[in-house]
Design a protein around this ligand. Sequence first.
Ligand SMILES: [Fe+2]
Length: 369
Amino acid sequence: MTQDIEPSGSLLAALDRGESLPSRWYTDPAITEREITHVFRKNWNYIGPLSQLTMLGDYITGYAGGVPVVVVRNERGLAGFVNVCRHRRHEVMKGRGNAKVMQCGYHAWTYDLAGGLKRVPRSASEPGFDLSDFPLLPIRAETLGPFVFVHLDHEAPSVQACYGPILDIIAGSGVLLDRLVPHSREEWRSHANWKTMLENYLECYHCAVAHPGFNAAIDVRPDAYKLTAHGLFSSQTGQVRAAALQGKSKVALYDVAGDVAQSQYHFLWPNMTININPGFPNLSVDVWNPDGPNATRGISEQYFGPGVSEEFAQSLIAFNKQVAKEDDDLTDSVQRGLLGGFPDRGRFLTSSEHLVVHFQKMIVKAVAQ
Ligand SMILES: [Fe+2]
């Protein structure tokens, strides 16, 4: 199945004409491999909330382009490491929590919170063995508001330089990022290419057709709903519908009346999305990782402002899950179409789907030769 990758010039010219990437880009394992190397390992990867890294020894594990990573708070601040033992390459830390040292569960090689290797059972009798030769490999760990990211490249621009202006846009929604409280977190898996799923996220042309509840809550008409590319991130903003505020929606809705009247849906290249919905202060994060070409593994986190009721939280989570279910049905179907291979290319309406075109151009620039 693997073929040479088309030159970027012809792919970019096709995108300018509104022609999508060829179907193979969504089904070929060789493309996914190149994306992991050239997209996920060359960009910032969201790991978790700063609020879970406040005490000395707090740590969060995760993956960046398939590389196990850990972020820990030590005496000097946040520190990121490849979460793989220098001995036999077992993962050192699991999940998230608090620890005095980082000890591998395989042979008990033990690292301090700065990544230095401090104790190796039986090493005293090993000729020429020096603990200082085998620290955990350091990586970048930086924060954007309440979110912690890692980067495998020490020369990359800062997370602030990549996405900084998003903080002011989020503040404009009425959600105070620094006051948000993590509520819940879950992992999910879907049966579509990660790009199929994010390209669905990046347009609301389908909202009136496929999301009756969402369409009742948010004014998705083209004049009211704005889609803006900002380079490494993009933003969709809409207003709550007046009928929803007045309780006159034709479909049952959660209580949309609250301090937040604007909805915001942000995409941070390459695989993080941030959602804010009308109502009481709320925010959700999704992370989308390829699991081979035909599946995606994700993480969803829900945050709410202080004092927001559990009843509101549950009703908004149910609303988000309903939208996600509707989207999964769409993207599963698209993936089946892509797997068939005919037609080889789709045709965008660039007035409504320009964020998808922007995304595909970024993919081409990263992946094509
Ligand atoms: Fe959707």
